[in-house]
Design a protein around this ligand. Structure first.
Ligand code: GDG
Length: 472
């Protein structure tokens, strides 16, 4: 019987080793929830790194056995692989390049070679499980070479690939010394999915200029196979966010938090600590807002949740210092004994707290410089069960293509952001509800299950099309 195998850099679980004792923390992230219905069925599997360096073989064996019971298969990485494949090539070469932060990109041959080796390692692990005819769905930029590596071993399998981050324009992508190998790696898939049509268009343009394959309406003829390229905007588990927002635990937390901030209006931002998320730029715009609108002193505060991320990578350490300094300066300049303009937390919170923050927020402020999709914007909408609240959203986030009822801004335009904040904070309730309702309908309909089903259906479709073309 054919099975479906999901492959991503990270498994939907984190392994922790505390005092010689192994513990497991399952991920509640959107991808884990959405794909839960797939990898937990029958003999399906999820293959990926469990997020920890385990030196001893006995630990590795134990983890592999424990995870197998939950339909997961671990790929263990050495310290060098974590440094050069994950922190290095994935997050210091591909991540900055694909997010247009070229000044941060490092081009290092050794890191590239480790990247290729680790992709081969993932391929070997998949081959321990996969059989001809299986469906394999690979996720994200850490595994760009894997589709072709698997294709060589499994010529007839259905291989899908989804990229969660942007795909840059040809003029940016061509800067990578390994551009051709990367594209050929991706082209091993039958279906390549991106969040937006622009990402798909950029990919098709790079394929045509670098590899020389043209396409017709997203179908690339490689001479051997037809590869389909399309946009699949990822959704969230809408019902889960709407339900948690109404749960007793969330309401209790909301009450406690509201007491602490009195009757101030709340502007909320939630992101991983990442330069692509535009955190310093957002802080500077908020400072300008305080300067230009003293009538809001003591009446509004920015609740800023920053989740630690990639803290071993140099640029992330620098960014943390920059954010700390800016928050200190703004609070020091504008705050008083009764009022702290920015409530800043550098840690993660349980879902019920997050949900209480979403409920309390008069304004959801999502201002990335560049973002594949941005699920926080969609979670804010799903949590607004009373339909009050305004979303300010960067045009540079994939989510802006769908959420045209948000106040859309260019995150580089400080004045526009200041005006958007003023507009959001003074918007009549009826108008808020009108826009929120429109966005809720869309986010509810195009939810995570819709996304998974659409991708899987399209993958079967292209496979059938290939077969009919080869027999015609
Ligand atoms: C990549 C792409 C694309 C955040 N803080 C807490 C917490 N979170 C959760 C949010 C949300 C997720 O983390 C962040 O997702 P985003 O989509 O905003 O951003 P990335 O992490 O950069 O994800 C992005 C995504 O992949 C999917 O394709 O949209 O563009 O960069 O779900 O809720 N969750 C909890 N506590 C926190 O403190 N529990």
């Amino acid at each position: 019987m054919s099975r479906t195998i999901i492959v991503s850099n990270r498994l939907p679980v984190t392994v922790l080793k505390k005092h010689q004792h192994i513990e497991y923390k399952t991920s509640e992230g959107g991808l884990a929830t959405g794909l839960g219905s797939v990898y937990k069925q029958g003999s399906n599997r999820w293959i990926g790194w469990p997020g920890i360096y385990l030196e001893e073989e006995s630990d590795q064996l134990q983890v592999a056995a424990d995870l197998q019971a939950d339909h997961m298969h671990p790929v263990f990485l050495s310290k060098t692989e974590i440094k050069e494949f994950y922190e290095g090539f994935s997050n210091e070469t591909l991540w900055p390049t694909f997010h247009y932060f070229l000044q941060y990109a490092i081009y290092d041959q050794k890191m590239w070679e480790t990247y290729r080796r680790v992709n081969q390692k993932f391929c070997n692990e998949v081959m321990k499980i996969a059989k001809p005819g299986d469906t394999i769905w690979i996720h994200d930029y850490q595994l760009l070479l894997l589709p072709q590596m698997l294709r060589e071993n499994l010529p007839d399998s259905s291989i899908g690939f989804f990229q969660h981050i942007p795909f840059p324009s040809y003029e940016v992508f061509r800067l990578l010394p390994w551009r051709e190998e990367l594209l050929n790696g991706m082209l091993g898939a039958d279906l390549l999915g991106f969040h937006t049509y622009d990402d798909a268009r950029h990919f098709l343009s790079s394929v045509s200029r670098i590899v020389g394959y043209n396409n017709q309406q997203g179908l690339i003829d490689t001479g051997k196979r037809t590869v389909m390229v399309d946009a699949f905007p990822m959704g969230i588990d809408y019902d889960k966010y709407a339900e948690v927002a109404e749960s007793e635990e969330t309401l209790k937390r909301e009450q406690t938090y509201r007491k602490a901030i009195h009757d101030q209006k709340i502007i909320l931002s939630i992101d991983r600590l990442d330069y692509s998320k535009g955190i310093p730029q957002r802080l500077e715009a908020f400072e300008l807002f305080l300067q230009q609108h003293p009538e809001f002193n003591e009446k509004v505060s920015l609740l800023m949740i920053v989740v630690p991320s990639r803290d071993q990578v140099g640029k992330y350490k620098e960014l943390k210092e920059e954010v700390d300094e800016l928050v200190g300066r703004i609070n020091g300049t504008y705050g008083n004994m009764n009022w702290r303009p920015i409530n800043y937390f550098y840690r993660s919170f349980p879902l019920e707290s997050l949900s209480a923050f979403y409920r309390m927020a008069d304004v959801g402020l999502v201002t990335p410089m560049r973002d594949g999709m941005n699920l926080v914007a969609k979670e804010y909408i799903a949590s607004k069960t009373d339909q009050k609240g305004v979303l300010i959203l960067s045009e540079m986030a994939g989510a802006s293509r769908e959420l045209s009822d948000a106040i859309l801004i260019n995150p580089n335009d400080q004045n526009q952001l200041v005006n958007a904040l003023y507009k959001a904070l003074t918007m009549p309730e009826e108008e808020q509800q009108f826009h929120m309702e429109q966005m809720q309908e869309l986010v509810k309909r195009y939810n995570i299950n819709h996304w998974v089903n659409l991708f899987m259906d399209r993958l079967s479709y292209i496979k059938i099309k290939q077969l009919s073309m080869s027999t015609a």
